[in-house]
Design a protein around this ligand. Structure first.
Ligand code: BES
Ligand code: MN
Ligand code: ZN
Length: 512
């Protein structure tokens, strides 16, 4: 999609569809609204009253212009209260415009960036580019009906963005171009993560994930190590292999490395090392603690953490972040079989701790524990983040859209949450109360893998904490937001690519 920037009067800009962002207060006083209303002879203001369009979030109103303005159709989009508007809200708005544009086979769509206090035009451009790409995301490779429909390229080829005359310089600047490119790169990473998650488990096996990561590594100039069961055994990853042993599919530990290139031939200065760990359970049946059918139905998404870190590191490389980044995903299925790990088994982790299994469905923490021990030994990261669809309890606590964030370093947690707020991914800090560790006490091993019902997200976090040593660490439980049950804003049904945007925001900051 081509993005072009204008400072012209929106009423004169030609397109098939122009989106007009409307806030609740002073709805009909915005220059954009007035300019179009004037050109339409005042019918916009009338219509808004008649149709009770109040600019509430989610409200919209479409009308044909019959050639009275440059756009064939005007789509009023409610954006709620102006003071609550955030730059990332532009993602959902761009997604909406492109989606509606595609539906009516519009070749070009347009919009005006609404002015709110503190609007930074390059941030706006980035989010618009992200939203435009993600709103058009589709996972339709298995649909055979409607084949003609599917083969049709999305109609919208050009997105015209009007910045307002006070931003005339910005419209022409490289900064805006770069911001668009950055938005497109982030969106591509998110779409990549969605593809990995949406693929059925029969296809997206640990081996397949490793193949894709290997292809990615070539494309983005990353180092990669892929460890099979033998190598993992040598390293003593008893927890990871315990989970894997019930499956016919071999496990793979994927380790991608991005090293910033030294500039100007000089040796690179010592830099912060970052580890990103992703839970990569390509199918979670629960194992012998088998899930009921309804709970198992979506469990191909249990590798969404792996998808996020594998996808994000490619973008970080393309954006030339100044840190050394390691992405690690211990990938396996969790299956019941004659070879499965059993309740009451004692597994020996890579860091030497022994774990009594009292629920084979609490498998994620076992795979992550060994992955974290592995990367601490390999890279000694300064900061470590794990992303995991870890507990249903986290969804009970925070609902389906918000990730639970735990950690052992308050300042790191706060910096991470600040990045999440800027990136527009909902996350909330949860505690790791030492008292709850009692729940993990075992009579015959150093600990059990599962606590009681209350505080299930926290005991999972406490379990992980046993494997981080003194590394500054943040745990992100993405069980809820990793997938969406409906199309909403820039999200599409299925995998969401959650986590990627905050990783990039945290490590690549704002556009220059
Ligand atoms: N992968 C699940 C968690 C999950 C549930 C993710 C729903 C996304 C949606 C995880 O492995 C699991 O089964 N957790 C158990 C833990 C319990 C046995 C302590 C859970 O949440 O029920
Ligand atoms: Mn499970
Ligand atoms: Zn799981």
């Amino acid at each position: 999609m081509k993005f072009s920037f204008y400072t012209d009067d929106i009423a004169k800009l030609s397109s098939a569809l122009v989106g007009v962002v409307c806030f609740e207060e002073g709805l009909s006083e915005s220059p954009t609204f007035q300019s179009i209303d004037r050109a339409l002879g005042g019918i916009l203001a009338k219509l808004v009253t008649e149709e009770q369009f109040k600019g509430k979030k989610g409200q919209s109103l479409l009308l044909h212009t019959h050639g009275k303005v440059g756009a064939e159709r005007v789509l009023l989009i409610g954006a709620g209260a102006r003071k609550d508007f955030q730059p990332y809200d532009l993602r959902g708005i761009a997604a909406r415009i492109v989606r509606d544009g595609n539906k009516i086979s519009a070749q070009s769509v347009a919009m005006v960036v609404p002015y709110t206090e503190g609007t930074v035009m390059e941030r706006a451009a980035q989010f618009l580019a992200e939203g435009a790409r993600l709103g058009a995301y589709k996972f339709d490779k298995y649909l055979t009906a409607d084949k003609d429909e599917k083969d049709k390229k999305p109609a919208v080829e050009e997105f015209k963005i009007t910045l307002g005359s006070e931003n005339g310089d910005a419209a022409k600047s490289d900064t805006i171009r770069n911001a668009v490119q950055r938005g497109e790169r982030i969106a591509a990473a998110i779409a990549h993560a969605r593809d990995l998650v949406n693929e059925p488990a029969a296809e997206m096996t640990p081996k397949k994930l490793a193949e894709i990561a290997t292809r990615d590594a070539k494309q983005y100039g990353l180092e990669i190590k892929v460890l099979g069961p033998k190598e993992c055994e040598k390293l003593g990853m008893g927890m990871f292999l315990g989970v894997a042993q019930g499956s016919e599919e071999e496990p793979r530990l994927i380790h991608l490395i991005y090293r910033p290139r030294a500039v100007g031939g000089k040796a690179a200065a010592p830099r912060k090392k970052i580890a990103l760990i992703g839970k990569g359970v390509t199918f979670d049946s629960g194992g012998l603690s088998l899930k009921p059918s309804a709970g198992m139905e979506d469990m191909k998404i249990d590798m969404a953490g792996a998808a996020a870190v594998i996808s994000a590191i490619g973008a970080l490389a393309d954006l030339s972040v100044p840190f050394e980044v390691h992405a690690v995903a211990a990938c396996t299925e969790n299956m019941p079989s004659g070879k499965s790990y059993k309740l009451g088994d004692v597994l020996k982790s890579m860091n030497g701790k022994t774990v009594e299994i009292n629920n084979t469905d609490a498998e994620g923490r076992l795979t992550l524990g060994d992955a974290m021990t592995y990367i601490i030994g390999e890279a000694k990261p300064d900061e470590m983040f794990d992303f995991a669809t870890l507990t249903g309890a986290c969804m009970v606590a925070l609902g389906p859209h918000t990730a639970g964030v735990m950690g052992n370093d308050l300042s790191l947690v706060e910096r991470w949450l600040a990045a999440a707020r800027l990136a527009g991914e909902e996350m909330w800090h949860l505690p790791l109360p030492e008292k709850l560790k009692e729940q993990l006490k075992s009579d015959i091993a150093d600990m059990k893998n599962t606590g009681e019902r209350w505080g299930g997200a926290l005991t999972a976090g406490l379990f992980l904490k046993e494997f981080v040593g003194d590394t500054a660490w943040v745990h992100v439980d993405i069980a809820g937001p990793a997938s969406s049950d409906k199309e909403a804003g820039h999200l599409t049904k299925g995998g969401t690519g959650f986590g990627v945007a905050t990783i990039v925001e945290y490590l690549a900051g704002r556009p220059a």
